[in-house]
Write a protein of this length. Structure first.
Length: 225
Protein backbone atom coordinates (compact mmCIF):
# COMPACT_ATOMS: atom_id res chain seq x y z
CA UNK A 1 0.00 0.00 0.00
CA UNK A 2 1.36 3.41 -0.94
CA UNK A 3 1.92 5.95 1.78
CA UNK A 4 -0.71 8.55 2.62
CA UNK A 5 0.54 12.15 2.53
CA UNK A 6 -1.22 15.06 4.20
CA UNK A 7 -0.50 18.45 2.57
CA UNK A 8 -1.15 21.32 4.99
CA UNK A 9 -0.95 24.72 3.28
CA UNK A 10 -3.29 27.68 2.96
CA UNK A 11 -2.21 28.34 -0.64
CA UNK A 12 -4.33 26.27 -3.08
CA UNK A 13 -1.69 26.63 -5.80
CA UNK A 14 0.98 25.04 -3.57
CA UNK A 15 -1.35 22.23 -2.56
CA UNK A 16 -2.22 21.59 -6.20
CA UNK A 17 1.45 21.56 -7.26
CA UNK A 18 2.46 19.11 -4.54
CA UNK A 19 -0.67 16.96 -5.01
CA UNK A 20 -0.01 16.46 -8.72
CA UNK A 21 3.64 15.54 -8.12
CA UNK A 22 2.84 13.21 -5.21
CA UNK A 23 0.00 11.44 -6.98
CA UNK A 24 2.18 10.91 -10.06
CA UNK A 25 4.66 9.25 -7.70
CA UNK A 26 1.91 6.94 -6.51
CA UNK A 27 1.09 8.44 -3.12
CA UNK A 28 -2.40 8.88 -1.70
CA UNK A 29 -2.88 12.59 -1.01
CA UNK A 30 -5.07 14.42 1.52
CA UNK A 31 -5.28 18.21 1.71
CA UNK A 32 -5.90 20.74 4.46
CA UNK A 33 -5.97 24.53 4.19
CA UNK A 34 -5.59 25.37 7.87
CA UNK A 35 -4.60 23.84 11.20
CA UNK A 36 -8.11 22.87 12.26
CA UNK A 37 -8.75 20.99 9.04
CA UNK A 38 -5.30 19.37 9.28
CA UNK A 39 -5.98 18.02 12.76
CA UNK A 40 -9.33 16.63 11.63
CA UNK A 41 -7.81 14.93 8.58
CA UNK A 42 -4.91 13.53 10.61
CA UNK A 43 -7.16 11.42 12.83
CA UNK A 44 -8.50 8.43 10.88
CA UNK A 45 -6.83 7.02 8.96
CA UNK A 46 -3.62 8.53 10.24
CA UNK A 47 -1.40 9.74 7.36
CA UNK A 48 2.13 8.39 7.05
CA UNK A 49 3.65 11.79 6.37
CA UNK A 50 2.67 15.45 6.56
CA UNK A 51 4.03 18.29 4.46
CA UNK A 52 3.40 21.20 6.82
CA UNK A 53 3.42 24.93 6.13
CA UNK A 54 4.10 27.11 9.18
CA UNK A 55 2.18 30.20 8.11
CA UNK A 56 -1.36 28.90 8.61
CA UNK A 57 -4.28 31.34 9.03
CA UNK A 58 -5.68 29.94 12.28
CA UNK A 59 -2.63 28.63 14.13
CA UNK A 60 1.15 28.63 13.87
CA UNK A 61 2.19 25.46 12.09
CA UNK A 62 4.95 24.90 14.66
CA UNK A 63 2.23 24.01 17.15
CA UNK A 64 1.22 21.04 14.99
CA UNK A 65 4.71 19.51 14.84
CA UNK A 66 4.66 17.86 18.31
CA UNK A 67 1.02 16.84 17.83
CA UNK A 68 1.91 15.04 14.60
CA UNK A 69 5.00 13.52 16.24
CA UNK A 70 2.89 12.10 19.08
CA UNK A 71 0.51 10.64 16.50
CA UNK A 72 3.42 8.93 14.73
CA UNK A 73 3.19 11.12 11.61
CA UNK A 74 6.51 11.79 9.90
CA UNK A 75 6.63 15.56 9.29
CA UNK A 76 8.47 17.64 6.71
CA UNK A 77 8.09 21.37 7.22
CA UNK A 78 7.49 23.10 3.89
CA UNK A 79 7.58 26.85 4.40
CA UNK A 80 8.82 30.24 3.26
CA UNK A 81 10.34 30.85 6.71
CA UNK A 82 14.07 30.35 6.24
CA UNK A 83 15.71 31.64 9.43
CA UNK A 84 17.96 29.40 11.47
CA UNK A 85 15.79 29.97 14.56
CA UNK A 86 12.71 28.66 12.73
CA UNK A 87 14.59 25.58 11.51
CA UNK A 88 15.94 24.85 14.98
CA UNK A 89 12.51 25.29 16.57
CA UNK A 90 10.83 22.93 14.08
CA UNK A 91 13.51 20.26 14.37
CA UNK A 92 13.62 20.48 18.17
CA UNK A 93 9.85 20.03 18.26
CA UNK A 94 10.16 16.82 16.23
CA UNK A 95 10.08 17.72 12.53
CA UNK A 96 11.94 15.18 10.40
CA UNK A 97 13.07 17.63 7.71
CA UNK A 98 12.76 21.28 6.69
CA UNK A 99 12.28 22.50 3.11
CA UNK A 100 12.18 26.19 2.21
CA UNK A 101 9.93 27.61 -0.50
CA UNK A 102 10.35 27.98 -3.42
CA UNK A 103 11.26 24.32 -3.84
CA UNK A 104 11.95 21.78 -6.56
CA UNK A 105 9.27 19.06 -6.59
CA UNK A 106 11.78 16.35 -7.54
CA UNK A 107 13.93 17.23 -4.53
CA UNK A 108 10.86 17.38 -2.29
CA UNK A 109 9.76 13.90 -3.38
CA UNK A 110 13.29 12.60 -2.76
CA UNK A 111 13.11 13.96 0.78
CA UNK A 112 9.70 12.33 1.21
CA UNK A 113 11.12 8.97 0.14
CA UNK A 114 14.07 9.30 2.53
CA UNK A 115 11.83 10.31 5.44
CA UNK A 116 9.43 7.42 4.83
CA UNK A 117 12.28 4.90 4.55
CA UNK A 118 13.76 6.23 7.78
CA UNK A 119 10.40 5.92 9.50
CA UNK A 120 10.03 2.30 8.37
CA UNK A 121 13.59 1.53 9.47
CA UNK A 122 13.12 3.12 12.89
CA UNK A 123 10.00 1.04 13.42
CA UNK A 124 12.25 -2.02 13.33
CA UNK A 125 14.65 -0.50 15.90
CA UNK A 126 17.76 -1.93 14.28
CA UNK A 127 20.87 -1.96 16.45
CA UNK A 128 23.27 -2.25 13.50
CA UNK A 129 24.09 0.51 11.06
CA UNK A 130 26.60 0.89 8.26
CA UNK A 131 27.71 4.21 6.83
CA UNK A 132 30.43 3.92 4.22
CA UNK A 133 33.12 1.68 5.73
CA UNK A 134 31.97 2.49 9.28
CA UNK A 135 29.84 -0.09 11.11
CA UNK A 136 28.04 0.76 14.35
CA UNK A 137 26.70 -1.90 16.72
CA UNK A 138 24.57 -0.09 19.30
CA UNK A 139 23.94 -3.20 21.38
CA UNK A 140 27.60 -4.24 21.68
CA UNK A 141 28.83 -0.61 21.91
CA UNK A 142 31.25 -1.38 19.10
CA UNK A 143 32.36 0.73 16.15
CA UNK A 144 34.57 -0.52 13.34
CA UNK A 145 36.10 1.18 10.33
CA UNK A 146 36.85 -1.45 7.73
CA UNK A 147 38.13 -4.36 9.80
CA UNK A 148 39.58 -2.20 12.56
CA UNK A 149 37.93 -1.52 15.91
CA UNK A 150 37.67 2.19 16.66
CA UNK A 151 38.08 3.26 20.28
CA UNK A 152 35.60 5.95 21.30
CA UNK A 153 35.15 7.67 24.63
CA UNK A 154 31.84 7.27 26.40
CA UNK A 155 30.65 10.70 25.23
CA UNK A 156 31.81 10.10 21.66
CA UNK A 157 29.92 6.82 21.47
CA UNK A 158 26.79 8.35 23.01
CA UNK A 159 26.90 11.13 20.43
CA UNK A 160 27.47 8.76 17.52
CA UNK A 161 24.73 6.43 18.78
CA UNK A 162 22.17 9.25 18.93
CA UNK A 163 23.07 10.34 15.39
CA UNK A 164 22.84 6.70 14.25
CA UNK A 165 19.39 6.23 15.79
CA UNK A 166 18.20 9.14 13.65
CA UNK A 167 20.45 8.56 10.65
CA UNK A 168 19.79 10.96 7.80
CA UNK A 169 17.96 13.43 10.03
CA UNK A 170 19.39 16.73 11.28
CA UNK A 171 19.59 16.77 15.08
CA UNK A 172 19.93 20.21 16.64
CA UNK A 173 22.77 21.30 18.90
CA UNK A 174 20.32 21.60 21.80
CA UNK A 175 18.97 18.08 21.28
CA UNK A 176 22.40 16.46 21.09
CA UNK A 177 23.72 18.36 24.11
CA UNK A 178 20.63 17.43 26.15
CA UNK A 179 20.89 13.72 25.27
CA UNK A 180 24.66 13.34 25.64
CA UNK A 181 25.67 15.92 28.28
CA UNK A 182 22.40 16.60 30.08
CA UNK A 183 19.95 19.46 30.49
CA UNK A 184 22.47 21.65 32.32
CA UNK A 185 24.74 21.78 29.26
CA UNK A 186 22.33 22.59 26.42
CA UNK A 187 24.14 25.89 25.85
CA UNK A 188 27.66 24.42 25.79
CA UNK A 189 27.98 24.06 22.01
CA UNK A 190 31.78 23.90 22.23
CA UNK A 191 31.48 20.51 24.01
CA UNK A 192 29.62 19.24 20.96
CA UNK A 193 32.07 20.74 18.45
CA UNK A 194 35.04 19.14 20.20
CA UNK A 195 33.35 15.71 20.24
CA UNK A 196 32.36 15.99 16.57
CA UNK A 197 35.92 16.95 15.60
CA UNK A 198 37.24 13.92 17.48
CA UNK A 199 34.70 11.57 15.86
CA UNK A 200 35.55 12.91 12.41
CA UNK A 201 39.27 12.39 13.05
CA UNK A 202 38.58 8.76 13.95
CA UNK A 203 35.94 7.91 11.34
CA UNK A 204 36.17 10.19 8.31
CA UNK A 205 38.49 9.43 5.34
CA UNK A 206 39.17 13.19 5.20
CA UNK A 207 38.17 14.95 8.43
CA UNK A 208 38.68 18.34 6.77
CA UNK A 209 35.96 17.51 4.23
CA UNK A 210 33.54 15.34 6.24
CA UNK A 211 30.99 13.17 4.45
CA UNK A 212 29.81 11.02 7.37
CA UNK A 213 28.97 13.52 10.12
CA UNK A 214 27.59 16.50 8.23
CA UNK A 215 27.08 19.98 9.62
CA UNK A 216 23.90 22.01 9.09
CA UNK A 217 25.29 25.51 9.82
CA UNK A 218 23.76 27.07 12.90
CA UNK A 219 21.36 24.16 13.37
CA UNK A 220 23.07 20.85 14.16
CA UNK A 221 24.46 17.64 12.66
CA UNK A 222 23.28 14.56 10.81
CA UNK A 223 24.80 11.16 10.12
CA UNK A 224 24.84 10.65 6.36
CA UNK A 225 23.99 7.10 5.29
Amino acid sequence: MMARILIVDDEPAIRRLVRVAAERAGYVVIEAGDAGEALARARTPVPDLALLDLGLPDRDGLELVPIFKTAGITTIVLTARDTTDEKVAALDLGADDYVVKPFDTAELLARVRVALRRSESNAGVSVHLSAGDVAIDLHAHRVTRGDIDVHLTRKEFALLAELARHAGRVLTHTHLLRIVWGEAHTGDVEYLRVAVRSLRAKLEPNPAAPTLIVNEPGVGYRLSV
